[in-house]
Design a protein around this ligand. Sequence first.
Ligand SMILES: [Zn+2]
Length: 302
Amino acid sequence: MSKMMIGRRKLIGSAIAGATLLAVPRAFAATEFVIGETPVIALSDGYFDMPADMFLGTPQSLRDQIGDPAQIAANTYAYRSGDRTFLFDAGAGKSDFITQAFSTVGRLPEDLETVGIAADDVTDIVITHMHPDHVGGLAVNGQMAFPNARIHIAEAEWNFWNADGIATSAPDALKPMVGFAQEISKVIKSNISLHGGSDNLGAGVNVIPAPGHTPGHSAIILDGGREQLILVGDLTVHEGVHFANPEYGWALDVDGEMAVKSRKSILDMIATDGLLMGAAHISKPGLGRVLRAGNGFRFEAV
Ligand SMILES: [Zn+2]
């Protein structure tokens, strides 16, 4: 049993039921579902078209299968508990940086409006990592987009993107993302709440480390009573790639080797414990079960 598994069990207990998921697709883009006794909302920020060769190590046959460019979803999730309203990742936003590169994302505010969540209502935003498509939506015109929200980020993640000198010392490919993360950091600075990697944020929301994609990349576990939901961020980017062979890479991983290690161990945990999984970039709404298959896994969408 991995250290990570023990840590998670300690956090949320071992009673993981294999209860069924009730997916309630609505006429709008958001999907409401129930985890245990807890309603959760899957939201869409749009989608990205990404070159298939960004899935490192994949054979041409697989690239043909997933399409080139491969379309990857941009999912976020929301959850209300008492007087707290949680958002899990904040979408890409509509800054020039985003819209010049991608016109197909930044739609989260419309989905939030559709489900009746106003920006002022959001009390907590849990960030899996500080890539632009996950934190860009925290700012609008240099101001906090969710002015009343505490923004929960792993200390390791915050420190990586805001390290002294990283803006000049980072590899060229990473520099634009460093600049973006630092701009966002300035805007949200007074509202951040840094956690140590494994933490209980209250209202049944826990975080565990899932490093590699970025140094402080975190997964979020929502305790729904008799069922648990794990939101894995960018641990898996495509259902056609990272399950059957978790060793395939992703060009945006900061530490590819560590990303593979985290992917294997967390997918193993999800399969073992029968958790419901949600992923930022798996086809909308990004929800499913993980089953063992051969030397890897299989994703079964729900
Ligand atoms: Zn992402």
